[in-house]
Ligand binder design. Structure first.
Ligand SMILES: Cc1ncc(COP(=O)(O)O)c(C=O)c1O
Length: 362
């Protein structure tokens, strides 16, 4: 296999992304009556009934989707108070991260992101052969002061996850504004808001204000989390018209399927259901934290739909033990957090089951 020596720089050191274990995987491996999956930060309540209706009634599978996603972009622009030209749709927000990286990263440039930040930033940089700086975290969160210290002539892109996965830490609006004022305008700052809707902190980011003031910012959002459309793969990016136009040059013609577009419109329209999901998460996040406090188990305060728990022993072993008892969580050794597990916040019955099994494991 002589071609192996010609693999693009950066790719040889990459391990393929490993998703959370599925219920099917675990059912096959262990003979269990009950298995719950709290591993991939999905919404346990599932999508709005209106979404299910739209999917069940969808007819035009033989036709290509609207490659421009006009109806959906118009709905998003109404909600985000932007113009359609400020929006790009992606096959998951992950694809938006890929598109921006494809358009601007190369082996000649550098990226900055935080240690313990969402792994795709590192993958996207490595694939393009870009050098990257993983900035030391501050109380598990992004240390933006240290980000500024890493900026140099070669810096092309900075990734910020707010809240961050897996730590659940968030950055305030003012801290982001202060940071952006210090970043040269030729550097693109990607602000990943995949868990935006779950945040209840009063001082959280106001995306519109950021976009109105900084032309070098790309904001991403996902339909996989609160909107519960993970299987359909859909997300979007928001930014300056010119930036979006450049990104559209590298986007595949029909990157977002028609069912996903229709489902996303229905999800955005059912605001009562959206609120129900937010409320469930807020109440259940507090419930899990109270249980952990009672058990004197340490965790990182989270604004997302997941919590990082410090089991103070090998997290992967606890993950295995929980799996044998029917609870799938996520070990996060990959994020250099070997004594932690990450659990997604589920419904009350799931959370109680998780806590019961965690007690047995610790
Ligand atoms: C911080 C963050 N950003 C982006 C994504 C990608 O989500 P999706 O491609 O499903 O929209 C994830 C997925 O877990 C995430 O945690």
């Amino acid at each position: 296999m002589n071609y192996l020596k010609y693999i693009n720089p950066g790719i040889d050191s990459i391990k393929p992304y490993e998703p959370g274990k599925s219920v099917e995987d675990v059912t096959k491996k262990y003979n269990l009556d009950k298995i719950i999956k709290l591993a991939s930060n999905e919404n346990s309540l599932g999508p709005s009934p209106e979404v299910i209706d739209v999917i069940n009634n969808f007819k035009n599978i033989h036709l290509y989707p609207d490659g421009d996603g006009r109806k959906l972009k118009s709905k998003i622009s109404e909600i985000e108070e932007l113009s359609d030209e400020n929006i790009i749709l992606g096959n998951g927000s992950n694809e938006i991260l890929e598109i921006i990286s494809q358009a601007f990263l190369s082996p000649r440039c550098e990226c900055i992101f935080s240690k313990h930040a969402f792994v795709v930033y590192k993958l996207a940089s490595k694939v393009r052969g870009s050098k990257f700086h993983e900035v030391e975290a501050n109380s598990w969160g992004h240390d933006l002061e240290k980000f500024v210290e890493k900026i140099n002539q070669k810096t092309r892109m900075i990734f910020i996850a707010n809240p961050n996965n897996p730590t659940g830490t968030y950055l305030s609006h003012n801290s982001i504004i202060n940071f952006l004022k210090k970043v040269p305008s030729e550097i693109i700052v990607v602000i990943d808001l995949a868990y935006y809707e779950y945040v209840i902190a009063d001082d959280y980011i106001k995306p519109l204000e950021i976009l109105q003031n900084f032309q070098n910012v790309l904001i991403t959002k996902s339909f996989s989390k609160i909107h519960a459309l993970s299987a359909l793969r859909i997300g979007y990016g928001m930014g300056n018209k010119k930036l979006i136009e450049i990104m559209n040059r590298v986007r595949q013609p029909f990157n977002v399927n028609a069912i996903a577009q229709e489902a996303a419109i229905a999800a955005l329209s059912d605001t009562d259901y959206l609120q129900k999901s937010i409320d469930n998460n807020t109440i259940e996040r507090e419930f899990i934290c109270e249980c952990l406090d009672k058990m004197s188990v340490e965790y990182i305060p989270s604004q997302g739909n997941f919590i990082c728990i410090n089991v103070k022993t090998n997290g992967t072993e606890i993950f295995e033990s929980l799996m044998q008892k029917g609870v799938i969580v996520r070990p996060i050794e990959l994020y250099d957090m070997p004594t932690f597990i990450r659990v997604t916040i589920g419904k009350r019955s799931e959370n109680e089951f998780f806590i019961e099994k965690l007690k047995e494991c610790l």
